[in-house]
Design a protein around this ligand. Structure first.
Ligand SMILES: [Ca+2]
Length: 242
């Protein structure tokens, strides 16, 4: 689950997030071509502007500077998918994230992007839930980004559900819960699918040096039942209802 701190590209914009939302919604005023190129969607193109009918913008605090960041989520008819654009102010408005939801959002976007602090010692995360599988698999994934120095860094990723087709060899689901600074990582694995689940449990904590969660093995007996491989339910809080 642990990965290095990869940063997403940062593109300076001419329009503000509100102007971009208005332009997507009404096609007026037309979006500057460079901004449209940064969004990489059909709807803002000057040749064929298309009004976007399902769009929302919200203002959130993702880092420790006082300016709020903006998250714009829109359903793009031509791409047939939800997109999320994340904007951060650093002397100009920058596009710091451009994500497509892929198959997970066909019906709705309610779980696509969340903003949440997982444990008391960690930064606020922007959490993108997407299906990152290929043509023969479903890989329901949550990627946790944090905004630092004006760019979004990938802190870690968990697979909530993995299904390979055909035939699936195993399915795997991760459940996260927390207690104070501790993140409890519970894996439920069926191999082959539909066979009795195997549980495993580990305890992690945020490392400000490594900018990701690292294992805290000495905490494992406090939160993980060694007989069942499950977390003790009365010692942890579920993080987010999914
Ligand atoms: Ca901020």
């Amino acid at each position: 689950m642990l990965t290095g701190a990869e940063a997403l590209p940062v593109v300076p914009l001419q329009f503000t997030p509100d102007q971009i939302a208005l332009s997507l919604r009404t096609t007026k005023p037309p979006m500057p071509p460079a901004d449209c190129h940064a969004l990489s969607v059909f709807a803002c193109k000057l040749e064929y502007p298309m009004p976007v009918r399902d769009i929302s913008i919200r203002w959130v605090q993702l880092d420790d500077d006082p300016e709020l960041e903006a998250i714009l989520i829109a359903y793009m008819e031509s791409e047939r998918d939800y997109f999320a654009f994340i904007f951060d102010w650093k002397k100009t408005w920058n596009l710091v994230g451009n994500m497509m939801c892929e198959r997970h959002c066909y019906a709705h976007d309610t779980n696509f992007i969340r903003v949440h602090k997982l444990t008391e010692n960690a930064p606020i995360f922007l959490i993108a839930r997407r299906d990152l599988g290929g043509s023969g698999s479903a890989l329901d994934t949550r990627t946790f980004f944090h905004l630092r120095g004006g760019s979004l860094h990938k802190a870690f990723e968990v697979t909530d559900r993995w299904i390979g087709l055909p035939p699936p060899e195993h399915t795997e689901k991760i459940e996260l819960s927390q207690s104070g600074p501790w993140l409890i990582h519970h894996t439920i694995r069926e191999e082959p699918p539909e066979s009795p689940a195997k549980h495993s449990c580990k305890v992690l904590t945020w490392s400000p040096q490594q900018l990701t969660y690292i294992e805290a093995p000495t905490q494992r007996p406090n939160f993980c039942n060694p007989k069942t491989g499950r977390p003790y339910p009365d010692k942890t809080q579920p993080i987010i209802p999914y």
